[in-house]
Design a protein. Sequence first.
Length: 423
Amino acid sequence: MTQELLEKLNFVKETLRNVESYEHECRVLNFDQETICPSGGMEGQGEVHAFLSTKAFELVKQPLFTESAEYLYQHKDEIDDVPNRILADDLHRDYLKIKNITPAMDHEFSLIYNKSFVDWLNAKQKSDFSVFAPSLKKVRDVEVKKVTLREDKLPDTYDNLLDDYERGMTTHDLDVIFNRCRERLVLLLKTIQAAEKNIRKDFLSRTVTDEQQQRMSRYLLETMGFDFNRGAFTTTEHLFTDGLGRNDVRVTTHYYTNMFCSSMYSIIHEGGYALFEMYQPGEDREHYINNDKTMGMHESVSRFYENRIGRSKGFIHLIYDAVKKIFPDVMYDVSERELYESVNVVSPSLVRTQADEFTYTFHIMIRYELEKMIVNGKAEIEDLPQLWNDKYEEYLACRLNGSKYLSVYLIKQILRVVHMNHS
C-alpha cells in the first residue's frame, strides 16, 4: 500500500471515528425517546437528534473526506486487507446516495423523521390514523425525493429502498416469492382452520403482573446467553433492539396483563437480534463495516431464536419449570404438552407482533404490497386504512370495524430503519 493511500485511509477512519461519536449519541437519544422520554419532551428531543445527526452528515460531506474516500475506492485493489476494501466499497456506495443531498436537506429530513415518530405514537394511542397520515405522507415524499437525488439508482423507486436493507433484492424477486407463498399458504391456512384438533388456550389470557413478566424476560435472556455486562432490557411501545456501542446492546419488550406469552416471545425475538449484534466480529467495528450486514441477516437470527428454538419441544421442556414458578397463577393446571401446543397454535389476528409463526408471513406480504403501492404512487396515504382492511380480510379473514384505525406498525418498520440510518 502506498504512503498516499495509507494517509487517506487513516484520515477516513479518523473522520469516521468522529462520525461514530455523533451517531452514538443519536442512538442514545433514540433509545431514550422510545422508552422513558415523557411525551411532552419527545419533539424537542427529536430536534436535538436531528442536530447531532446532521453534524455527523457534515463530516462525511467534507470535500477532503469525499476526495479521500473516492481515492480509496479507485485504488481498492491496492489495499492490503479485505475489511478495508469492503469499507472502500461501502463509502463509494454511500457517496452515490448522498452526493446531491446538502446538510440543510439532511437536517430537514431528520426533523421530519423524528416528528413522524411522535405523531405515530400519538396516533397509536388514540387509534386514529388521521393523526399520523400527514407525517406518513412527508416520510414517503422524503424517501422518494432521496431516491431521485441518487447519482446511481435503479428504475423502480421501491427497488432502491429494498436494496438499502437487503442488497440485491428487487420487487421482481419478492413478487415471485410472495406469489408462490400466497398460492400455497392461503390454502394451507384454510386446511389448518378446518382441522378438528382441539388445542387448549384458555390459560393464555390469565392475568400476570409486569414484575412477573420482567423476571421471565430476564430468565429467557440469561438462558439464551445474553451478556448483562454488555446489555440491558426495558419496555417500550413497539419492540426494537439497538446496538448502541461495542459493549452496549439494548433490548426492549412490552408487557400485556392478559398475554404473558407475548412478552416471552418478543424477548426471545429481540434477544436474537441482540446476540447477533453483541457477537459481531470486533474487526468489523474497527473497520466501520459492522452495519454492512443486511436486515435479512438480522431477522433470520431473531426469527430462528423465536420460532425454531423458542417454540420447540426441547425449549419448552427446558423452560417449563421456570414458567410454572414465575407464573404460578397461570400454570397451576397446565401441562408441558399444553404449553407447547398453545405457543404453536395458528390463529389469524390483526397485529403482526402478536402473530403466530405461520400467519406472520401474511403480515409481511400485506405490508410489502402496501409499502410498494404508496412508494411507487399506486395509492394515496389516505387510502391505506381501506386497503389495509381489504387485504386483511382477503388473506386472514380479519377486518376492523370502521377505518379510523390502521395498524400503524405498517410504517413503524420504515421509521425504525430510518432511525437506524440517522442514529
